[in-house]
Design a protein around this ligand. Structure first.
Ligand code: SF4
Length: 179
């Protein structure tokens, strides 16, 4: 288990047990995902880099990267903002390769994940901090999924869920905060 998982799980225990919890990222987002997961009526969302790329990274020389791509590797750059219009950077073959890689990570991880839909998949599609293991060259979602399970187990064992498995006083949030 990556060290960050035990750190986040320990922090989640303290956070959920606090009488005066402050907003802690990413635990607040992960709690919202679990609440949506527990509520079958909550809206589902699915990350799609081709429709919405929330963050791009631009280094000092102007090389542009999709957020989940290795910005130390020029081969992963979508191109240069000083020489190429943004519209071309976000529609060219390099963008297509980046989107395909994100789709591959989601297909390998999310399609078999019980949280998919409540979690949009953005955690593995576009967050390199969440990848600590690779199988056949594809990143494994070994942080978010484990922390989501921990939070869900913690809610279940704390007795705050009603007979339907939902937190009675907390309606599930409508939007995926990381999509
Ligand atoms: S927790 Fe990970 S594997 Fe599950 S849906 Fe979210 S990103 Fe995909």
């Amino acid at each position: 288990m990556p060290e960050i998982v035990s750190a986040l799980n320990g922090l989640a225990d303290l956070w959920l047990g606090s009488d005066h919890p402050v907003q802690v990222s990413p635990l607040d987002d992960q709690l919202q995902i679990v609440l949506r997961h527990l509520d079958p009526k909550a809206p589902r969302s699915y990350f799609n880099q081709r429709e919405w790329l929330p963050v791009i990274v631009v280094n000092t020389p102007g090389d542009v990267y999709a957020y989940g791509d290795p910005y130390e590797d020029l081969r992963a750059s979508l191109g240069n903002i000083f020489t190429t219009p943004l519209g071309e950077l976000l529609s060219g073959p390099r963008f297509d390769a980046s989107a395909r890689a994100a789709e591959t990570r989601m297909a390998a991880n999310c399609l078999n994940c019980e949280y998919f839909g409540a979690c949009s998949g953005a955690a593995i599609a576009s967050n390199r901090d969440n990848v600590h293991t690779e199988v056949d060259g594809i990143g494994v979602c070994d942080v978010d999924r484990a922390v989501l399970r921990h939070i869900e187990d913690r809610l279940r064992s704390s007795g705050v869920l009603d007979g339907d498995g939902r937190v009675a006083t907390s309606p599930a949030p409508a939007a995926d905060p990381v999509a």
